[in-house]
Every structure is written in structure tokens, then in C-alpha cells.
Ligand binder design. Structure first.
Ligand code: TMP
Length: 214
């Protein structure tokens, strides 16, 4: 029997107010237009239990370690029920945030030590060759004045979005530090320009990053 090639796993990251949602929608359409079977999902969330955890995580005050552990608990469920089965079926997964967000928000933003997450990553995502992690991560990066202006301009803010400017600055710095440590996986996209300019840049770079015909 011919074995099905494993699908690709793409995650999308950025500080709150980076404009990630608009680009995600565009990216999903771009992949589907290429005939790629796609599962679109998000973190925290992506499963019935994960979506319940998301409601608490975005609204309820909690100890900062509880917050980090719930992120990973939701991720375990998500990997087991959605991400791993889709990849095994040969489908691609486009995920709005994944583990890099925990390193950036709970690590950079809240100041929890990275080693704790590395241990949890091994547990939740598997270690060595069995590990599931994104093949490509798009990090939409904007300076604080752009993200805060975008946030000020919209709906009611959640628990993370309401954090002070220095929290968001630490989240951004942690994302950029992670990208510098894994430049082949995490591609930083300057998201401060117009939507069209960002999409033109993505359109030019994605075939290369994903090893697809242009
Ligand atoms: P969203 O607004 O992009 O849907 O993400 C929800 C919030 O959850 C966002 O403010 C970032 C936060 N978050 C973390 O703090 N840690 C995580 O591991 C994830 C996945 C999200």
C-alpha cells in the first residue's frame, strides 16, 4: 500500500494587534487555491474542551503558572484530537498560534522560565523524531505604536490585550528572540505596511518557504 505523505504544519504568530487574522484568512485561501487539503484551527482552542479552556484563559484571573499549564493542557488535547490526525491523513494544518506563543506570552510577557516550557513541550509535543512542531511559522511583527493603535481601534479587549505596553514589548522581544534562534522555521514578516504590501511579500516568499511551485 502506498503511504500517505505527512501533511505540513504551519503556525501564525504575532503580538496582539499585529493584524494576524486578516493575513490568516488570506493564507488559508492561498493554500486552498493550490488544492491543498487544509485544516484551519487555533490556540488556545481548536477542540470543544480547548475552546472552553480558551474562554477561561481569556477572561478569568489566575495564577501565572496555572495559565501556562492550561495553555499546554489545551495543546495536548488539540494535538491528539486535531493536529496529529490531520497530518497523518496527509492534510495540512494552519494554526492560529502554537507553542511559540507560550514562550512569548507566558515566558517573555509573564517572566516564567523557558526551561519549564521546554519540559512541557517534550511531554505534550513528543521528544526527538516523534516531536510535532510547526514546519513553518509566520511571525507578523509590528512596532508597539502600530499594535496599540490597532487594538485601541476595535472590540472589547481580552485579559491579554488589556495588559500594559511593557508586557506587549516583552512579548514582542521574546518572539523576535525565538525567531533569531530558529530562522529557517520562523519567518518574520514586517506587518506594519498595508495589507496588500504584506500579501505581495508573502506571495513571493511562500513557494520558497514551503517548497511549492510558484
Ligand atoms: P488570539 O487573540 O490571537 O486568538 O489569542 C488569544 C490570546 O491568547 C492572545 O492574547 C495570546 C494568548 N496566548 C498565550 O498567552 N499563550 C499561548 O500559548 C497562546 C496559544 C495564546
Amino acid at each position: 500500500m502506498k503511504s500517505i505523505p505527512r501533511g505540513r504544519f504551519i503556525s501564525v504568530e504575532g503580538v496582539d494587534g499585529a493584524g494576524k487574522s486578516t493575513q490568516l484568512l488570506w493564507l488559508a485561501r492561498w493554500l486552498i487555491a493550490r488544492g491543498i487539503p487544509l485544516v484551519r484551527t487555533r490556540e488556545p482552542g481548536g477542540t470543544p474542551l480547548g475552546e472552553k479552556l480558551r474562554e477561561w484563559l481569556l477572561a478569568e484571573p489566575m495564577h501565572l503558572e496555572t495559565e501556562a499549564l492550561l495553555m499546554f493542557a489545551a495543546r495536548r488535547e488539540h494535538l491528539a484530537r486535531v493536529i496529529a490526525p490531520a497530518l497523518e491523513r496527509g492534510e495540512w494544518v494552519l494554526c492560529d498560534r502554537f507553542s511559540d506563543a507560550t514562550f512569548a506570552y507566558q515566558g517573555g510577557g509573564r517572566g516564567l522560565p523557558r526551561e519549564k516550557f521546554e519540559a512541557l513541550e517534550d511531554w505534550v509535543q513528543g521528544a526527538g523524531a516523534a516531536r510535532i512542531e510547526p514546519d513553518l511559522t509566520l511571525l507578523f511583527d509590528v512596532p508597539p505604536e502600530v499594535s496599540s493603535a490597532r487594538l485601541a481601534n476595535g472590540r472589547e479587549l481580552d485579559r491579554f490585550e488589556r495588559e500594559a505596553a511593557d508586557f506587549h514589548a516583552r512579548v514582542r522581544a521574546a518572539y523576535l528572540e525565538r525567531a533569531a534562534a530558529a530562522p529557517d522555521r520562523i519567518r518574520v514578516i514586517d506587518a506594519s505596511g498595508s495589507i496588500e504590501a504584506i500579501q505581495a511579500r508573502l506571495e513571493a516568499a511562500l513557494p520558497l518557504w514551503l517548497d511549492l511551485a510558484a
